[in-house]
Each structure stands twice: as C-alpha cells, then as structure tokens.
Design a binder for this molecule. Structure first.
Ligand code: ZN
Ligand code: ZN
Length: 271
C-alpha cells in the first residue's frame, strides 16, 4: 500500500477551498500516481477557532476560515467512499498543550500531524529566521528539543517533515547532527508516534527528502512507524517523487507503512 498523508485542500488556482468538490482532483491525481489513500492535513492556523493559540503575525493574519467547513468537506467525501482521511497539520506550541488538545477535541480526526514552523517568535522556514537568531547549532538544538516535546505531548500521531530545520541547506557538524537525530528517536520511541517521509524537501533549497537517511534508519532501529507525504498544495503534486520516498524507506529497513483511522494506527505492507 502507498499512502500520501500530507496535503492541503486547494482549488485549481491554488486557493483555499474547503468544499467536497475540491477533493475530487486530489483523488484523481492520487489514482494516477498509484497512491491508494490520501489524507488532508490543512494548517491548523487557518481556522478562527484556533485564534487564541497564536502570537506571531504569520499565524494571527491567517486564522479566518471555519474549521467546520473543512471537516465537513472531508467527512462527506469519506462517506461517499472516497479513499480519503481527515487530518490536520498542527503547529506545536510548547506550553499550550492543554489548549491545543481542547480546541481539536470535538472533531473526528483520523490523525493529527505535529509540525514546527515557528519557535519563540522566529520562523524555521520563514523570516525572521530562528537560524539567524540562534545561529546554526543553537537553532538546530532548539528545533530538535521542541520536536521531541511535540512527540512526548501526546497530541500528535505523526511528526511532519521531521528535519525541516535543514530547509536552507545549512547544518552543523555531522557529529552533532547525528547526536540530535539519536536524541529525537529516543524521545519518539515508545510514544507510538510515527515519522513522516516527505518529498517536499526535494523542491526546497536543501534539495533532499525529509528526513535524513541517518535519522530515518535511527527511527527504524527504535521501532518507530513511518508515513509518506508530498505536502501537496496542488492536486498534481500528490504522490510526487514517491519512488524516492519508497526507496528511502526500504533502505532504512521499513517494509510496512502506517494507516490511520479514528486516531488508531496499523501497519500494512509497503507497496
Ligand atoms: Zn509543514
Ligand atoms: Zn503541509
């Protein structure tokens, strides 16, 4: 089986379109790409119901949509028998775990992705950059420490683009990189949380899959499950470069992939 568990519901002009009709092109693209099941994971910060979580302008300016419309669009498609799952890409805000849990509790999620795009008011993949504020080593340490917190929070089922901190192609000495990978895998092990293999990084400055092969192999050695992701914001990106994702998973020792339903995970053979 092949799943693509990370995409954002947009119309053919790339605009936010939380309606069932907008799902159809994604489902067709998945079929054409040989992807058996897809999961929608809109950014949590687009919804006005999450307004109280945000402090940085990037988030505050975006929370204007209704989460009910999004949930209804995906649930309706599911009820029609389409191979889709209801997810959400949730920015982890350290210290606001209870509030995050309460805000998301009313909805029938199949899974929740834990993501870190902003920390302490600075962007991981956007300006003002944490990289410039703390330097290479400092920003990597801070990022991995926070991501370990996300894994242990109990809020999430999978960690998105786990080493997105490398997005600009800047990284500390290899020895520290591997130490941080091992620390993260140690924190994730035994939580039941999965890690995402994402092809999105191939199209960013770094030009690599997330995560690094060493991080994925370390996760495999710890028994941590995996998912697959394109992070598509357009239908034709669904399943993009999944031959590369499959190859990375296989080389790390994975022969199963995670399928989620109502926040229960199970392993199925990797196709
Ligand atoms: Zn993301
Ligand atoms: Zn995303």
């Amino acid at each position: 089986m092949i799943v693509d568990y990370h995409m954002h519901l947009r119309n053919d002009r790339g605009e936010i379109a939380h309606e069932t009709a907008a799902l159809d092109p994604f489902v067709e693209a998945a079929r054409a790409a040989g992807v058996d099941e897809i999961g929608f994971t809109e950014h949590v910060y687009y919804f006005r119901q999450t307004r109280s979580l945000w402090t940085v302008p990037y988030h505050v300016e975006r929370c204007v949509y209704d989460i009910e419309s999004y949930v209804d669009a995906v649930v309706t498609a599911k009820e029609r028998g389409l191979p889709v799952k209801l997810g959400l890409e949730v920015d982890y805000v350290p210290g606001r775990e209870d509030e995050t849990r309460d805000l998301l509790e009313p909805y029938p999620w199949d899974y929740l992705l834990g993501s870190i795009h902003w920390l302490d008011g600075f962007g991981i993949d956007d300006s003002p950059r944490l990289l410039d504020e703390l330097g290479v080593e400092g920003s990597w340490r801070r990022y991995f420490e926070a991501l370990a917190g996300a894994a242990r929070s109990g809020l999430f089922d999978s960690l998105s683009h786990p080493d997105v901190i490398k997005i600009f192609g800047v990284r500390p000495a290899r020895e520290l990189v591997e130490e941080l990978h091992e620390g993260l895998a140690g924190a994730v092990a035994d939580t039941g949380v999965a890690v995402e293999v994402s092809t999105a990084g191939l199209h960013k400055q770094v030009g690599e899959l997330y995560p690094d092969p060493h991080l994925l192999a370390t996760c495999r050695a710890r028994g941590i499950p995996a998912t697959m992701a394109s992070d598509a914001h357009y239908p034709d990106v669904v399943g993009r470069d999944f031959d590369r994702a499959r190859e990375l998973l296989r080389s790390a020792g994975y022969d199963t992939i995670t399928v989620f339903e109502a926040r229960e995970a199970r392993q199925v053979p990797l196709g």
